[in-house]
Design a protein around this ligand. Structure first.
Ligand code: A3P
Length: 301
């Protein structure tokens, strides 16, 4: 299948036709947000399904029923995908949603509501690597020729949901005040209970330490890898071939070091740094272009 058959263009962004349609995008634009809804905004491959595991448990005080009985895509559906229209009436309040939309594509009702949003951001080098492997296993996405080739597409924004920098800048620059919380994938890997405490406070949940520890245990990489409601094993291999690369692949910080050549690192770093010129905020990771540069030390969000 050619890329023309695989993707549709929406406001300049490439979206897979398998999961998106003109109807689903219209449904998203007309979707009515409620004040107690919680949206997770996240660029693909930055921790979406992790948040689909975490959010219901933070909202319901640690009751494991949703993560044990509802597949992740129906439990915390994507705002822009076809499934939402089918499951929206079954969602318990407060509802959790995920979205890969940049801020400016959020529907009018989101802006009119008091719904809160958690923006999850991940080091773009690891996002690129994770996305490369995802494109190899997802049969509804164009298979990358080489890592080099994929990197160029990623830097140009010719991948799912466009350029990483555009997405991140749109949400970092949003005027949502205390309706938005920013967190990084790296913070979550480093200390998940601390990340959960921040989310609990932000969502006014006041979870006990016992509940925080319980949620952390059930949302660990290993537990999720064995949870059939979350590891995509329910999806036929003709759509997602886990023999090529599992969806829950490594779940670590810094896997880019196992993939990038010094030349690729230089190229990647210089493009990202150039696109950050003039921004008032800085990235929370070292964008050092040496392969030995410490990663994850500069976490100050
Ligand atoms: P890797 O490919 O680097 O392993 P998304 O859900 O946005 O598509 O992101 C997928 C990435 O999040 C994958 O990264 C996946 O392994 C990682 N991930 C999912 N659940 C995780 C968890 N509990 N702990 C750490 N990483 C997790």
């Amino acid at each position: 299948m050619s890329s023309v058959d695989m993707y549709m263009l929406y406001h300049g962004l490439m979206l897979p036709k398998e999961t998106h349609s003109a109807e689903s995008l219209k449904f998203a634009q007309e979707f009515t947000f409620k004040d107690d809804d919680v949206a997770v905004a996240v660029y693909p491959k930055s921790g979406t399904i992790w948040m689909q595991e975490i959010l219901p448990l933070v909202l319901n005080g640690g009751d494991l029923t949703p993560i044990q009985s509802i597949p992740n895509w129906d439990r915390v559906p994507w705002l822009e995908e076809r499934r939402l229209a089918l499951v929206v009436d079954k969602l318990d309040s407060p509802r959790g949603l995920v979205t890969h939309f940049p801020y400016h594509l959020m529907p009018p009702s989101f802006h009119a509501s008091k719904a809160k949003v958690i923006y999850v951001m991940r080091n773009p080098k690891d996002v690129m690597v994770s996305s490369y492997h995802f494109h190899r296993m997802a049969q509804f996405l164009e298979t990358p020729a080489t890592l080099d080739d994929f990197m160029e597409k990623f830097l140009e924004g010719k991948v799912l949901f466009g350029k990483w920098t555009d997405h991140m800048k749109s949400w970092r620059g949003s005027d949502l005040g205390d309706r938005i919380m920013h967190i990084t994938y790296e913070e979550m890997v480093q200390d998940l209970p601390a990340a959960l405490r921040r989310m609990s406070d932000f969502l006014g949940r006041n979870l006990s330490e016992e509940v925080i520890q319980k949620i952390a245990e059930h949302c660990s990489f290993e537990t999720m890898k064995n949870n059939n409601m979350s590891n995509f094993s329910l999806v036929p291999k003709m759509y997602m071939n886990s023999d090529t690369s599992p969806f829950l692949r490594k779940g670590i910080v810094g896997d880019w070091k196992n993939h990038f050549s010094p030349k690729q690192l230089n190229r990647f770093t210089s493009v990202i740094c150039k696109e950050m010129e003039g921004e008032i905020f800085s990235l929370p990771w070292s964008m050092d272009s040496s392969l030995t540069g410490a990663e994850g030390e500069k976490l100050e969000i």
